[in-house]
Write a protein that binds this ligand. Structure first.
Ligand SMILES: Nc1nc2c(ncn2[C@@H]2O[C@H](COP(=O)(O)OP(=O)(O)OP(=O)(O)O)[C@@H](O)[C@H]2O)c(=O)[nH]1
Ligand SMILES: [Mg+2]
Length: 317
């Protein structure tokens, strides 16, 4: 079975360490504003109602939502009691622990290699970062030794096909597209071609759409059905790409797309920007679908696996 870094030798794995810290610093820079709010909360001298109120406000401001905020506060109070903590600064460490426990179930990884091809369908609202994430993912998969075929099932705009084509060239992989074709038939062709050519992975890019656009959500369901016609076990992964900047709306997107097409994983993009980050806690509490990757930039290497501890530290420090 392929995993992300399967073909790397131990020495190569060591050499990726600086890359990983580079990625963390981008994540930290993106989440810095949120981190400053938390630093203020813990700068007082006493653990009292004021501290918990300020913390509640900071969590809500960070887009954690009411359910996750309530959960984290309750959990934190128990930890403070159990540890007999009296220093506000130490409470922060306990909050990190509580957040890690909340986020841990979201750590999951894409499973490649159990089926050939592994068919991955990618959906999301307009501009969330689907095509860019597919480009980055192609690079990661290819560098792990997997052969990839791309499907340009965003037939809505000619430019979308070209954009995916640029990523295909950059990664020297094949792309299946049609002039003015319909997205379901492009997907069918791509899965069929992936089988015939013995590819490890078929990645299907779809057009952006809002969950409120009923006909477009129906189109997405149709794409999924037609993929299953081409391969009875496919799609093996149904990914939603969400823009980390969209705050609480990201949770609404997760729920709506999951209800429509049954998601297996998430990619959260643009965490290098002005994202507040807390919505990931809301997702963990209200619709815990694993986050396979996070995007921290526009370059091909700006995609990383999600780690609960790293994320909680980046958010709160
Ligand atoms: N800073 C930053 N920008 C990103 C990231 N991911 C994507 N982008 C940018 O976001 C913009 C939209 O990305 P696309 O990949 O075209 O988004 P899409 O979801 O395919 O868009 P549509 O197909 O039009 O719905 C582009 O300018 C990307 O470079 C990220 O992780 N960080
Ligand atoms: Mg796109």
């Amino acid at each position: 079975m392929f995993s992300f870094f399967r073909k790397k030798s131990p020495s190569e794995a060591v050499s990726t360490a600086p890359e990983r810290s580079g990625w963390l610093s981008k994540l930290q820079a993106g989440l810095r504003k949120t981190g400053r709010n938390f630093t203020t909360v813990f700068s007082g001298t006493r653990i009292d109602d004021d501290l918990y109120e300020a913390l509640e406000e900071a969590l809500l401001m960070a887009d954690a939502g009411v359910a996750a905020t309530t959960h984290l506060l309750d959990d934190l109070k128990q930890r403070v009691k159990a540890h007999k903590t009296t220093e506000p600064a130490a409470v922060k460490g306990l909050l990190i622990e509580a957040m890690v426990d909340l986020l841990q179930p979201l750590q999951g990884s894409l499973r490649i290699g159990e089926q050939q091809p592994t068919v991955i369908m990618v959906a999301g609202v307009n501009g969330a970062g689907k095509t860019t994430s597919i480009g980055k993912l192609t690079r990661h998969l290819a560098s792990g030794g997997a052969s990839v075929l791309l499907a340009a099932a965003d037939t809505f705009r000619a430019a979308a096909r070209e954009q995916l084509g640029v990523w295909a060239d950059r990664n020297t992989v094949d792309i299946v597209s049609q002039d003015g074709g319909d997205p379901a038939s492009v997907s069918f062709d791509a899965v069929t071609a992936g089988k015939a050519r013995g590819r490890d992975v078929v990645l299907i890019d779809t057009a952006g759409r809002l969950p409120t656009q009923a006909h477009l959500m129906e189109e997405l369901r149709k794409i999924k059905r037609v993929i299953t016609k081409a391969d009875g076990s496919a799609p093996h992964e149904v990914l939603l790409v969400i823009d980390g900047n969209t705050g609480q709306n990201a949770l609404a997107q997760v729920k709506a797309f999951d209800d429509a097409i049954g998601l297996t994983g998430l990619i959260v993009t643009k965490l290098d920007g002005t994202a507040k980050g807390g919505v990931i806690c809301a997702i963990a509490r209200e619709r815990p679908i694993p986050i396979y990757f996070i995007g921290v930039g526009e370059q091909v290497d700006d995609l990383e696996t999600f780690n609960a501890l790293e994320f909680a530290q980046a958010l709160l420090n």
